[in-house]
Design a binder for this molecule. Sequence first.
Ligand code: FUB
Length: 453
Amino acid sequence: MKRRLITALLCTLGLIVVPAGTAHADNPIVQTIHTADPAPLVHNGRVYLYTGHDEDNSTWFTMKEWRVYSSADMVNWTDHGSPMSLATFSWAKADAWAGQVVERNGKFYWYVPVTTKASGRMAIGVGVSNSPTGPFTDALGRPLVENGEIDPTVMIDSDGQAYLYWGNPNLWYVRLNTDMISYSGGVTRIPLTTAGFGTRTGDANRPTLYEEGPWVYKRNGLYYNVFAAKCCSEFIGYSTAPGPTGPWTYRGTIMPTQGSSFTNHAGIIDFDGGSYFFYHNGALPGGGGFTRSVAVEKFTYNADGTIPTINMTTAGAPQNGTLDPYVRQEAETIAWSSGVETEPASGGGMNVGFIDNGDYIKVKGAALGSGASSFSARVASAAAGGRIEVRLGSPTGTQAGSCTVPATGGWQTWSTVSCPVSGLSGTQDLYLRFTGGSGYLFNVDWWQLTRAG
Ligand code: FUB
């Protein structure tokens, strides 16, 4: 999605004004595409964020693949591309909707709802990988369960028993075996009582607030079921229980209806001493109910384990630590970007591409220390190249250096360029602003600073 073009169009129409040099907030997390249905996972000191991908200009939940991002500091997110799609499941026809990844014994299991070719109904499939970033393969070659309902979530209890929950309009669970791809006992319907899931008015068919998108987890001995409530528009509510199968008690609203999307979808984690609430909204230009974007807020549980009201913000979560600019940083590690997209790089991982004059990426909280002497970047250009301006604090902030990017003969023909920089010290937000002629200029795979002295 070329956001810059959309932004320019909206500016032309007088719908928004973006002053030059505006420092952007960090929600939504991803600006390069529309993402939905966040499912975070903490693994080895990083947060892996699994999302769906709303196609540009969608007028339905047109979703063909899932995406992965990761972060160690909750503000600079690395794009790992799409390690699983409808094509992963030969039996799937459409609807790469809301899933969740859990880790067990060094393997990562991605539970997702898709529509099957055979029945045309929604079923739950399982992708498996040895890495949190994939690639994922179909673990079964068929659905794990199929009853026409969606939105799987998996919780592994302290005793090792795993549970798969899912459903809209009902709420179901089944006990997974330790292989995570088979189950024992029957598929059980959780009673949707008003005591358990709140009271909905005006819909005789759905007397409780439970709509879809359950996110079940255990914390300090209490079981939580956080879900999208009421429709439409949805809000996020939650229930708690003394055990994994209930009885559930409705506890109220976490995130009220807000945010320009008639769905919402929650994922909650504890990471490095903080608690984080992920959700989606329609906050990007061109965003709405079918062009959503994931976002995150930090929160603190109340002393009794209840969850406070959490509102959507554009500031997002505070940075947890700093970014080290003196080690190789992937160009697709981004706190905020304007105009660029990402794509798979020939050497693995992703690169930033589709760069036009004036596009930029921001990394937040770079620990510059006592100073840098040079900036290096791995670049490629099938066109004429251009320049990378290293700027402080905003896309028009003080320029610390400017690197010439030559034509390299191909968009994946990589070359390393370096240039001197000055005035970089302390901890600051760094902007890489791309300039040149018209059309796409060049691609960037990674960048790095070298310390002065
Ligand atoms: O993204 C498609 C569907 O919209 C999800 O499965 C639901 O949870 C809702 O967010």
